[in-house]
Design a protein around this ligand. Structure first.
Ligand code: NDP
Length: 298
C-alpha cells in the first residue's frame, strides 16, 4: 500500500537520521523540534514542520519520539494533554519512544500514555545515527504486541526490529545491558591506550592490534547460550582461566597503571571482582565465578 504518514519529534542526530530514512522510503514525514532550525534540512528534503507538538501528533497515526530522555517527552507532551481544546490529543495514537532512560521510566511513561488513550511502544536504537536504515541496523522494542505488529513494516525502515515482549521496560533494559558492555569496552580501550602511551609507546603501535583482543572474546566464551546455562546453574568449570590466575593479572594492571600515573578507577573495579571472588572461595574455578559476587552486589 501507500507508505503511511509518520511524525518524528526530536531532531538530534538520531531523529534527523530517522526522518531522512523514512522520507527516502516514501513516507510522508511531519517533524517537530524544540529548536526549529534543526528541521531545516529535513524540510528542504520534503518534510512538514508542524507548528506545535499537538499539530505534529495530529498529523500521523504513528509518532516516533527521539529525545535525550523521557522527561523531555513529558515537557513536550504535557502541554498537549493539558490543552482544553484537545482533551483527546493522544487518543488512538501510537507513540514509539526511542529515547534512552531507565526501564522504570519507560514503564511509567507507558502507563501515562495509556491513561491518555495512546498505545505506547518503547525502543532502544542499537546503532549510531549514520547507520540508521543500513544493513545491520537494529532496534529493540517492547510494549503492546498488536500495535507493534501493525507498525512493524514502517519501523523496519529504520532498522531490523527485535520485539522483546509486552513489558514496556524490556527495550531499555536490553539497550542498557548492551551499552554496559559497549561503554566498559570503550573505556578499557582508552585506558589501555593511555597506559602504553604513558610508557612511551605510540598509540598507533598498539591500537590496531588490541582490537583482536576484543574480537577474540566470542571464541573464548563460546556459545552465549552455553555460558548462560552455566551462569544460571552457578557452574564455573574449567581450569585454564581461573579466578586466581586472572586476578593476579588484574592486580598487575592496577599496579602498572599506578606506576605510569594513569587512571586506576576501572582496573580497580575489575580487580575488586577478582578479590571478592577469591575471598568467597572461587579461586580455582573458572573466571566466570566472578558472576557470583557481581550479582550479589545488587
Ligand atoms: P540529542 O541529544 O542530540 O537530541 C536530543 C533531542 O532532545 C533534541 O531534539 C533536543 O531538542 C531534545 N530535547 C532534549 N531535552 C528536551 C526538553 N527538555 N524539551 C524538549 N526537547 C528536548 O540526541 P540524539 O539525537 O543523538 O539521540 C536521541 C536519543 O537516541 C537519545 O536518547 C540517545 O540515547 C538515543 N541514541 C542515539 C544514538 C546516536 O548515535 N546519536 C545511538 C543510539 C541511541 P533541541 O534540539 O531543542 O535541543
Amino acid at each position: 500500500g501507500t507508505p503511511a504518514p509518520v511524525t518524528v519529534i526530536g531532531l538530534g542526530p538520531m531523529g534527523r537520521a530517522m526522518g531522512t530514512t523514512l522520507m527516502q522510503a516514501g513516507h510522508p514525514v511531519t517533524v517537530w523540534n524544540r529548536t526549529p532550525s534543526r528541521a531545516d534540512d529535513l524540510v528542504s528534503a520534503g518534510a512538514t514542520l508542524a507548528p506545535t507538538p499537538a499539530a505534529a501528533i495530529a498529523a500521523s497515526g504513528l509518532t516516533i519520539i527521539s529525545l535525550t530522555d523521557y522527561q523531555a517527552m513529558y515537557d513536550i507532551l504535557a502541554p498537549v494533554i493539558d490543552d482544553e481544546r484537545r482533551p483527546a490529543a493522544l487518543g488512538g495514537k501510537v507513540l514509539v519512544n526511542l529515547s534512552s532512560d531507565t526501564p522504570e521510566a519507560s514503564r511509567r511513561a507507558a502507563a501515562w500514555a495509556t491513561e491518555h488513550g495512546a498505545s505506547f511502544i518503547t525502543g532502544g536504537v542499537m546503532v549510531p545515527a549514520p547507520a540508521i536504515g543500513n544493513r545491520g541496523a537494529y532496534v529493540f522494542y517492547s510494549g503492546p504486541k498488536d500495535a507493534f505488529d501493525t507498525h512493524e513494516p514502517l519501523l523496519r525502515v529504520i532498522g531490523e526490529p527485535q520485539y522483546l515482549g509486552g513489558d514496556p521496560g524490556l527495550a531499555q533494559l536490553f539497550y542498557q545491558a548492551h551499552l554496559d558492555v559497549f561503554l566498559t569496552a570503550l573505556s578499557s580501550l582508552l585506558h589501555a591506550t593511555a597506559l602504553v602511551t604513558a610508557a612511551g609507546v605510540p598509540a598507533a603501535d598498539f591500537l590496531p592490534g588490541v582490537l583482536t583482543t576484543l574480537t577474540g572474546i566470542p571464541a573464548m566464551i563460546g556459545d552465549g547460550a552455553q555460558l548462560a546455562q552455566q551462569l544460571e546453574a552457578g557452574e564455573h568449570p574449567g581450569d585454564l582461566s581461573t579466578a586466581l590466575m586472572m586476578g593476579a593479572t588484574a592486580d598487575h594492571i592496577v599496579r602498572t597503571s599506578e606506576t605510569f600515573g594513569v587512571d586506576v578507577a576501572l582496573p580497580k573495579a575489575v580487580r575488586s571482582h577478582y578479590d571478592r571472588a577469591i575471598a568467597a572461595g572461587h579461586s580455582t574455578k573458572n573466571w566466570t565465578a566472578l558472576y557470583e559476587v557481581i550479582k550479589a552486589e545488587s
